[in-house]
Design a protein around this ligand. Structure first.
Ligand code: NAD
Ligand code: ZN
Length: 354
């Protein structure tokens, strides 16, 4: 079992271990007195993993209530958010109870948001069941829902009290959902782990997932501890995301987060190289690595569509937007551009792909 400790506004452990899902109750009990646990999950994860988690919680003295919503990004909205809050209230959850987010990033983001505002905040346990949620969304305390205008436009910073991650649960992931996580892992490689990048670039199906999760969350943990509220270095984690979010938006969320980030990383790297902002052309190894992992490297959207959608992104501050630029594999920098240059920047990034 691996343990990574995060010391942010709240200190908590990320426990990574094969087969820990059926020991959920025992692990939570070490940190929280038995109480009511409100499990929030989507219908797919519910059918696969709820029973094991509920059984373990009940055996260790927890009372259970469960809220199940329809899987997918389209549920990460105000309606589901409101339903979760009403559900918590109807079940009389108190400040000493816990919300357990069991699922992928959609579940973690929306359950985390609800836990952060219900009674002005009750304890949150993250149990990520996708590779992407394990290495990214379950850690670091960003919670969110999408608004009609754009993605993740409402949310809070709210650290969980514990993250429990069982890589065995990835065995049931559809290939493309697993690949979403690989895209984020490649992102960590480009940010600061060239050896991890090389390992993933081979598209090897037999990865030591527990070690990769530990490596990725350690990189994220270090950035979160330096800049919990995203005013500086934490923004490096947004590599590929400004354009990625634009692609998700333009596709009506039919292109998933990891796939969109993959395309975003290629676009930004290509533009950075064309505009003389990188020491090396990182777009070539990034593209090769993504393709080896069955991830896309381009989208059908125009620079106009993407720049308009990107301006809705949270990274925009008044007249400028901060982009993450790879200097070389293993080193990225923050780079501010005026919003008037964004169209040209994206155009440079997608031109080469033709
Ligand atoms: P997701 O939660 O929609 O999960 C993808 C699909 O996999 C869903 O259909 C789900 O039902 C299914 N699934 C989940 N676990 C499964 C399992 N073990 N076996 C079989 N099927 C399973 O999406 P995701 O890719 O996990 O997360 C994407 C979301 O995370 C986006 O909304 C993104 O904005 C958010 N995100 C947040 C942060 C953050 O810091 N808060 C970081 C990265 C991404
Ligand atoms: Zn992401």
């Amino acid at each position: 079992m691996k343990n990574v400790t995060v010391n942010a506004s709240r200190s908590y452990d990320i426990i990574i271990g094969h087969g820990i899902l059926p020991m959920t109750g025992q692990e939570i009990c070490k940190r929280v007195t038995a109480c009511t646990a409100a499990i929030v999950t989507d219908n797919i994860v519910d059918s696969l993993y709820s029973d094991a988690v509920c059984k373990s919680l009940q055996e260790t003295g927890f009372s259970i209530c469960k809220f199940v919503f329809k899987h997918g990004e389209s549920s990460k909205n105000l309606t589901t958010f409101g339903q979760i809050l009403e559900f918590l209230a109807q079940n009389q959850l108190t400040k000493s109870d816990i919300v357990v987010a069991l699922g992928g990033g959609v579940t973690g983001d929306i359950a985390g948001f609800a836990a952060s505002v219900y009674l002005r905040g009750i304890k949150l346990i993250q149990i990520p069941t996708t590779f992407l949620a394990a290495i990214d969304s379950s850690v670091g305390g960003k919670t969110a829902i999408d608004l009609a205008v754009g993605k993740n436009l409402a949310g809070t910073f709210y650290q969980p009290s514990l993250v429990l991650c069982d890589p065995d649960s990835f065995s049931t992931l559809p290939k493309n959902v697993f690949a979403d996580g690989i895209a984020e892992a490649i992102k960590y490689g480009v940010l600061s782990a060239p050896q991890l990048f090389d390992k993933l670039a081979q598209g090897n199906p037999h990865l030591d997932l527990a070690s990769i999760i530990e490596q990725c969350v350690t990189i994220k943990r270090d950035l979160v501890m330096r800049d919990e509220y995203d005013n500086g270095d934490r923004q490096l984690l947004n590599f590929g995301h400004t354009i990625g979010h634009a692609i998700e938006h333009c596709s009506g969320y039919t292109i998933t987060h990891g796939h969109a980030v993959a395309i975003g990383m290629v676009t930004i790297s290509q533009a950075a190289w064309q505009l003389g902002l990188s020491d090396l052309d990182c777009s070539k190894p990034i593209k090769a690595s993504l393709l080896a992992n069955n991830l896309p490297v381009s989208s059908p959207f125009t620079a106009k569509q993407l720049s308009e959608a990107a301006l809705l992104d949270k990274k925009r501050r008044q007249d400028s937007i901060t982009l993450v630029i790879p200097r070389k594999i293993g080193q990225c920098i923050l780079h501010q551009i005026p919003i008037s240059s964004l169209y040209n920047f994206i155009n440079q990034g997608i031109r080469e792909e033709a």
